[in-house]
Design a protein around this ligand. Structure first.
Ligand code: AOF
Ligand code: ZN
Length: 364
């Protein structure tokens, strides 16, 4: 039985926040619970960028009951006039007497000023309760809001010997239905999904979100140095927005053809390969704060080699294919094992008969 205490209310606020994963765009997920004299009087979450912040929804629900209440908020209440007025001012105006905050807002426009305002108004403020959970929930926001570069997660299905297809290129399916359902959930929760043109040529994926309930489609991004993408590729089917990243070496006629097929074409660098760092900056400028990379091995390898990957989610099926089968990570590896790319904070989850290993590349 979970005990009724500060942690209980903060967990409720975190759950409310997490429910909106994927629908807040570049904004964080935030939840708020207002409690007055032993009773929950308001509960809210930030549901959509440009619309009410979590505190506003919860305070609207609480009405007069907010006076003298405690508010549990998963992120420092904002202090700035963004698309909506500052939440800290609203908490003060409503007469809330205690505010418990899980994590600080790293947004340079806020970064402690929200708490200062609350304290200056004489509100009892506590920070840090379930802070780690709140920061984890907003790991993409936390990077993007300070760097302008999207948070990059590589997702791939692999055999236990690290292959993404057999020696003939057969890849359907490596993992089972539960893992594939998890992947569609991940698509819903990211602003963009990225693949190399090799994957488009080999599998002609649609890259939309298909679940047992409707989900949101991420922006589809194809990395294609020479614009080899066919005009009739399914990623150009108009079901979702598509961006094709290419180089100055692509032919003007191909650029026009891909634009005519409905995609935005961005030229990133004049070398033989797309400048991936510049590409991520361009995506960031277009308000893409999180990217799910779905292969293949060449794109995965290039991103890893360039140090541009924040997180890996590796879905392993208990299968071996051996032979000259393609690896999930095509890059010139180290000579000594001590030079291997090390993952940190590794966790494992089970999906049907498969496992998802999640980890974060160690710095350096
Ligand atoms: C809060 N509560 O529920 C959220 C906050 O311009 P806007 O209105 O879209 O504001 C976005 C910024 O506000 C965002 O970058 C982050 O700093 C903060 N988000 N703050 O007090 C909320 N979603
Ligand atoms: Zn706010």
């Amino acid at each position: 039985m979970e005990l009724l205490n500060d942690e209980f209310y903060m967990r409720l606020a975190l759950n409310a926040a997490a429910g909106a994963a994927g629908q807040t765009g570049i904004n964080p997920m935030v939840g708020c619970v207002v409690v007055n004299d032993g009773r929950i009087v308001g509960i809210g979450a930030h549901l959509k960028r440009g619309e009410g912040h979590a505190e506003v929804h919860a305070l609207n629900m609480a009405g007069d009951n907010a006076r003298g209440a405690a508010a549990y908020v998963t992120l420092e209440p904002c202090s700035h006039h963004g698309r909506t007025p500052p939440c800290s001012d609203r908490l003060i105006r409503e007469g809330v007497k205690r505010v418990v905050v899980a994590a600080m807002d790293p947004n340079p426009a806020v970064a402690g000023r929200g708490l200062e305002k609350l304290r200056a108004a004489g509100i009892d403020v506590e920070v840090g309760l379930l802070g780690e959970q709140s920061r984890k929930l907003n790991e993409a926001f936390n990077k993007y809001i300070v760097t302008g570069i999207p948070f990059v997660t590589i997702k791939t299905a692999l055999t236990l010997d690290g292959r993404i297809a057999t020696k003939t290129g057969s890849s359907k399916w490596i993992t089972g239905p539960a893992a594939r359902e998890a992947v569609h959930t991940l698509r819903h929760r990211h602003n963009a999904i990225m693949v190399g043109v090799g994957t488009v040529l080999a599998d002609d994926p649609e890259l939309t979100t298909r679940l047992s309930v409707p989900g949101l489609h991420p922006v589809r991004v194809v990395v294609d140095s020479m614009l080899r993408i066919p005009d009739h590729a399914r990623v150009l089917n108009g079901e979702a927005r598509t961006i094709v990243l290419t180089t100055a070496q692509a032919q003007a006629a191909r650029i026009e053809a891909v634009q005519a097929a409905g995609a935005e074409v961005i030229v990133c660098g004049d070398g033989p390969r797309v400048d991936l760092r510049a590409a991520l900056e361009e995506l960031g400028k277009r308000e893409i704060g999180s990217v799910l990379v779905e292969g293949g091995g060449v794109l995965n390898g290039s991103l890893l080699k360039a140090g541009l990957v924040d997180k890996l989610m590796l879905f392993y099926a208990p299968k071996l294919v051996g032979g000259a089968a393609p690896s999930g990570f095509e890059f010139d590896g180290p000579e000594a094992m001590s030079g291997a790319l090390q993952l940190e904070n590794v966790t494992i989850e089970r999906y049907g008969g498969d496992w998802c290993v999640t980890g974060y590349p160690a710095a350096g």
